[in-house]
Design a protein around this ligand. Structure first.
Ligand SMILES: Cc1ncc(C[n+]2csc(CCOP(=O)(O)OP(=O)(O)O)c2C)c(N)n1
Ligand code: SF4
Ligand SMILES: [Mg+2]
Length: 293
C-alpha cells in the first residue's frame, strides 16, 4: 500500500502565538497568509529563517511569523538583514516593510542592497500611505491625494518602486496583491527560491487611511496579470516599459527574472573566506579582514 508523502511544513507551522492587531480588512493579513504558504512550500524549518522589518503597520509582520524576527528601526531593515546574511549565509533571510519605510527614510539603502546582491527577499507592503502614523503622504502616494499633510492634494510626483529597483539592476522584480493571495504566495515562493536579491512590491490596501483606488474592489476590477499580456519576464527592457505604468495600471506577476543570476555577495565572501582558511589563516584573522575599522 503506497503511503501519502506529506510536505514537511504546513502554512500554519509559520503562524506565531501573537495575534495581529491590524485593522479588520487590512491587506497585510493577506500578505501574511501568502508568506506562510510560501514558507511552507519552500520547506525550511522556522529556526533557519530570519525575518527583518523596519517600523510601520506592515513591519509588524515578523512578529506574526514563526521564525527569528527583528522589528527593527524605521528605514533600516535592509542593512540589518544584509548583516545577518553575511554573518550567517546559511539562513533564509526575509525583509519586509512599508512603502514609507522602504522608499522614503530607507530609500537610500535600496540601491546598495541591489548592487551588493545578497541572497535575500524584500517584500514591500505598498499601501501608498503612512498607515501607522495615521495617514500622511507616503513616497508612493498618488499626485492629488488629500491627507492630513496635503489638505489641498499632493503636489508631488510619486516614487515608482518597480522602475526604481529595475533601474538599479535588480535581478528579480515582481508585483502582487492580496486580492490574489494564491498568486502572491507563488510569487513570494519564487522570489525566495531565486538566488540573489529579489523584490516583491505588494499593493496591500490600507482600509483605514488608503485612497479609494487602492482598495480591494478597485484592484479586483483593474488587475492585469502579466501572463495574460504575454510578457516575457526575461526581458529587462520590456519589464521597464511595463513598470512605467505603475500608478495607472495594476500589473501583477513577475516583471523581471534574470535567467542567468550573477554571483551573490554572500557566496563570494564565503568563497574568499574558504580560500584564506586554506592558507592556514586563523578564523579570527579572516573575519577581521571583512570588518572595516
Ligand atoms: C526615525 C523615525 N522617523 C519616523 C518615525 C515615525 N514613523 C513610524 S512608521 C512611519 C511610516 C509608516 O509608513 P509605512 O512605512 O508606509 O508603513 P505602513 O504603516 O503604511 O505599513 C513613520 C513616519 C519613526 N518611527 N522613526
Ligand atoms: S492603518 Fe492601514 S495599514 Fe495600518 S493596520 Fe490599519 S488598515 Fe492596515
Ligand atoms: Mg505604507
Amino acid at each position: 500500500m503506497s503511503k501519502e508523502v506529506l510536505p514537511a511544513y504546513q502554512p500554519k507551522d509559520f503562524r506565531s502565538d501573537l495575534k495581529p492587531i491590524w485593522c479588520p480588512g487590512c491587506g497585510d493579513f493577506g500578505v501574511l497568509q501568502a508568506i506562510y504558504r510560501a514558507l511552507a512550500a519552500v520547506g525550511r524549518p522556522p529556526h533557519e529563517i530570519a525575518f527583518v522589518s523596519g517600523i510601520g503597520c506592515s513591519s509588524r509582520i515578523p512578529g506574526y511569523t514563526n521564525a527569528y524576527g527583528f522589528n527593527s528601526v524605521h528605514g533600516r531593515a535592509l542593512p540589518i538583514a544584509q548583516g545577518i546574511k553575511l554573518a550567517r549565509p546559511e539562513l533564509l533571510v526575509l525583509v519586509a516593510g512599508g512603502d514609507g519605510d522602504g522608499f522614503s527614510i530607507g530609500g537610500g539603502h535600496v540601491p546598495h542592497a541591489i548592487r551588493r546582491n545578497l541572497d535575500l527577499t524584500y517584500i514591500v507592503m505598498d499601501n501608498q500611505i503612512y498607515g501607522l502614523t495615521k495617514g500622511q503622504l507616503s513616497p508612493t502616494s498618488p499626485r492629488g491625494l488629500k491627507t492630513p499633510t496635503s489638505e489641498y492634494g499632493s503636489l508631488e510626483e510619486p516614487v515608482n518602486p518597480l522602475l526604481y529597483v529595475l533601474a538599479y539592476g535588480a535581478n528579480f522584480v515582481a508585483q502582487g496583491t492580496p486580492v490574489d493571495m494564491p498568486g502572491l504566495a507563488a510569487m513570494v515562493e519564487e522570489a525566495i527560491r531565486y538566488p540573489g536579491f529579489s523584490f516583491v512590491n505588494v499593493r496591500s490596501p490600507c482600509v483605514t487611511f488608503g485612497d479609494e483606488d487602492s482598495q480591494v474592489k478597485h484592484q479586483r476590477a483593474v488587475m492585469k496579470p502579466l501572463t495574460s499580456l504575454g510578457h516575457d519576464p526575461c526581458d529587462r527592457l520590456a519589464a521597464m516599459s511595463l513598470a512605467q505604468h505603475y500608478g495607472t495600471e495594476l500589473h501583477t506577476g513577475i516583471l523581471y527574472r534574470n535567467p542567468t543570476p550573477p554571483p551573490t555577495l554572500d557566496a563570494l565572501a564565503t568563497e574568499r573566506q574558504k580560500a584564506l582558511a586554506g592558507k592556514g589563516l586563523p578564523r579570527e584573522r579572516i573575519l577581521d579582514m571583512f570588518i572595516q575599522r
